[in-house]
Design a protein around this ligand. Sequence first.
Ligand SMILES: NC(=O)c1ccc[n+]([C@@H]2O[C@H](COP(=O)([O-])OP(=O)(O)OC[C@H]3O[C@@H](n4cnc5c(N)ncnc54)[C@H](OP(=O)(O)O)[C@@H]3O)[C@@H](O)[C@H]2O)c1
Length: 270
Amino acid sequence: MSNTRLMLVTGASAGIGAEFARQYAARGWDVVLTARRLERLDELKHEIERDFGVQVYTIQQDLARANSVQAILKEVDVLKRHIDGVVNNAGYGLPGTFLNTKWKDQAEFLRVLYTAPVELTHKVLPGMIERGFGRIVNVASLAGYAPGSSGHTLYGSVKAGMIKFSESIHAEAQASGASNVHCTALCPGFTWSEFHDVNGTRQQTNQMPSWLWMEAEPVVRAGIEACETGLPVTVPGPVNKGLATLTRIMPEALARKIMSLQGGRFRRTN
Ligand SMILES: NC(=O)c1ccc[n+]([C@@H]2O[C@H](COP(=O)([O-])OP(=O)(O)OC[C@H]3O[C@@H](n4cnc5c(N)ncnc54)[C@H](OP(=O)(O)O)[C@@H]3O)[C@@H](O)[C@H]2O)c1
């Protein structure tokens, strides 16, 4: 049995997830990379092994499938390693309104962005508590703070849910006496990745001012450092921190008005 810590990163084939894998590897963790695109995971595995000399494992899995979490954990079992950390990162935006999207697509969205991370946490947490060590980073979003607006309907609710969920898991771990088991919701704002290409809003979001955007590197660094410190929620970067604070101090009606006027700049409602 290896003494090196093992981190499982979902959605590791691109963007923020790939950067989490690199940064945990740079800190000496072995990593398990999972996503649907195996060739991407294999490329990242070679890069990380070459750059950091840690063990990297890849697991191809679609989190929209009902038994995907069990299937991932079964593959990790074969390694005879326990999981010391999880980054619940896989995600995407589902364009359109609730009315003009299919239930199948909404159900898959809920599965990938909410049920799967919650199930994964439920399955790894007992071992972490027992061993007295664990790190769980749930990639939420600044959208979890903002009022709901038309389009990408469940995105904000799911991300708000991930923030509350992370706070509860962190509190429960602390209450159980496992003070070195930390759970953190990371709430990025606009971050350079494939996210806006996948959800088809790249043309729109290219019009957003550059000062609103962050690279994945500082976003991920903020998430890892917050989780190390034991912060249940973190918002990376001064601009995003300012926006998160504004949503909390602004009158709700005004916040809703601003979102309904601005939402069309980065969300698709058709
Ligand atoms: N970029 C932003 O502006 C931003 C802002 C706030 C929050 N976030 C959040 O950050 C997280 C990562 O997004 P990103 O910006 O890095 O986007 P990205 O570059 O598009 O990466 C998304 C990752 O999720 C994986 N994924 C998507 N559907 C999946 C499925 N059904 N099963 C398994 N894996 C799946 C993708 O892998 P495969 O396609 O290979 O499966 C990919 O690795 C998401 O939770 C997103 O909501 C992003």
